[in-house]
Design a protein around this ligand. Structure first.
Ligand SMILES: Cc1cc2nc3c(=O)[nH]c(=O)nc-3n(C[C@H](O)[C@H](O)[C@H](O)COP(=O)(O)O)c2cc1C
Length: 414
């Protein structure tokens, strides 16, 4: 392992062309040289993916207010940069949970990633491992958690807690046996959000074969051959692999909804049960209220992720960035508060760090990047984000992410 992987040396988004000597060993494949921002990946994915699958990944719920609010929130603040501070030795390296990461960014868990990219979860986790950043694998994934742990021993596992106590224990034991050290429990899905855009776009679970679906495939041949056929030929029909201790239903099964069983009775006693069983680090994801942040801490969670689930659960839920300051105040500056939702630029990441977050997770852009260009695409997306962060740290006059603070921001009056 490299002592210090300088993600900021990733050769992209510069007004000068990279030379061999200033790229820190990174190489950008020719076909990705025109992908200059994470937004470019979204446009490329829109063309590459059948429309129901793109709609599933990109969508929010109901009116999409929560989805758009998360991105709009970054305009609440303006930066106040400092000048003539030597930043030539700046570094993105960040310690979290006694582990040193190359940058304070990670890949958020996304269900059925292997539908949009061939072996989607695997390429995400491999790219994260190579870049030395964390990747959280989704409990709604189509690849066995044991395979992910083998590919990336530092990966985190996200669980949708099963409804019954004995199933909770069995899943926790399986995750521990696979070697995961960090368990992320998602809190904001007592029921599924109203994703009517999925219905409009004809995305459904179970996936129902139809003429329309076939047409969508035929008109997106790179996805059809590179992802769909390749997956079925090499691995068979995908199953939900990780909802429980044993393999779940195939994605086309009529009873697949059982995978998502009733969760609206879950409460803090279930968190207590998990805390007693799980010896590793426990993170609760999907916190927005300061009171819930305090509860998570009280029940023994080692950290929390402030999140509105990418705007896919409660429409109109507060933007994570707007919830962040009160949450940090409630649990104190030393408690690991992480965040996700709408982060698309390095400066977005730096803004959350300035407001007290320790780490930022990013979802959709990594999904699009994997769909469009496999593992190289995910690496490229990580590189873009890191490069943007490093450049903006110089422009702000900070050497380390931990130097960022409210002194660098001025809130706009509304
Ligand atoms: C396609 C997709 C699938 C997701 N699946 C899960 C999941 O299985 N578990 C989970 O906790 N969050 C899931 N999320 C939410 C993400 O982990 C994350 O909170 C959100 O996507 C962050 O916002 P961003 O996509 O704007 O970066 C999913 C999000 C997307 C877009």
């Amino acid at each position: 392992m490299q002592d210090e992987l300088r993600l900021q040396d990733y050769p992209i988004a510069s007004h000068t062309s990279p030379t061999k000597s200033n790229t820190g060993g990174w190489q950008v494949p020719q076909r990705l040289r025109r992908v200059l921002s994470l937004a470019d990946f979204e446009e490329a994915a829109r063309r590459h993916l059948p429309s129901p699958i793109f709609a599933y990944v990109s969508g929010g719920c109901e009116t999409d207010r929560a989805l758009h609010g998360s991105e709009d929130a970054f305009a609440d603040y303006d930066w106040i940069p400092r000048v003539f501070i030597s930043t030539s030795r700046r570094s993105l390296a960040t310690t979290l949970f006694d582990e040193r990461w190359a940058a304070p960014i990670g890949i958020a868990p996304m269900g059925v990633s292997a539908l949009s990219a061939y072996r989607g979860d695997l390429i995400q986790t491999q790219a994260a491992a190579a870049a030395q950043i964390p990747a959280i694998m989704s409990g709604s994934s189509l690849i066995r958690l044991e395979d992910i742990a083998a590919a990336n021993p530092k990966a985190w596992f996200q669980a949708y807690v099963p409804g019954e106590p004995e199933r909770i224990d069995a899943l926790v034991d399986r995750v521990a046996a696979a070697g995961f050290k960090t368990l992320v429990v998602t809190a904001d899905v007592p029921v599924s959000g109203n994703r009517e855009n999925n219905i409009r776009a004809r995305f459904s679970t179970p996936l129902r074969p139809s003429v329309r679906l076939a047409w969508d495939g035929i008109t997106h041949p790179r996805w059809l051959f590179g992802t769909a056929f390749k997956t079925i030929l090499r691995h068979g029909v995908p199953h939900f692999e990780n909802s429980h201790a044993t393999r779940g239903a195939p994605i086309i099964a009529s009873n697949v909804m059982r995978e998502f069983g009733a969760r609206d009775h879950l409460n803090w006693a279930h968190v207590q049960q998990i805390r007693e069983r799980w010896k590793g680090r426990l993170v609760i994801k999907g916190i927005l209220a300061p009171e819930d942040a305090q509860m998570a801490r009280q029940y023994g969670a080692d950290g929390i992720i402030v999140s509105n689930h990418g705007g896919r659960q409660l429409d109109g839920a507060i933007a994570p960035l707007r919830a962040l300051p009160d949450v940090v105040r409630a649990v104190g500056p030393d408690y690991p508060v992480m965040i996700d939702g709408g982060f698309r630029r390095g400066s977005d990441v730096l803004m959350a760090l300035a407001l007290g977050a320790k780490f930022v997770f990013v979802g959709r852009p990594f999904n699009y990047a994997g769909a469009v260009a496999g593992q190289a695409g995910v690496t490229h997306a990580i590189g873009i984000l890191a490069t943007e962060m490093a450049r903006n740290m110089a422009l702000l006059g900070v050497l380390n992410p931990s130097e960022l603070g409210p002194q660098h921001l001025r809130q706009r009056s509304r």
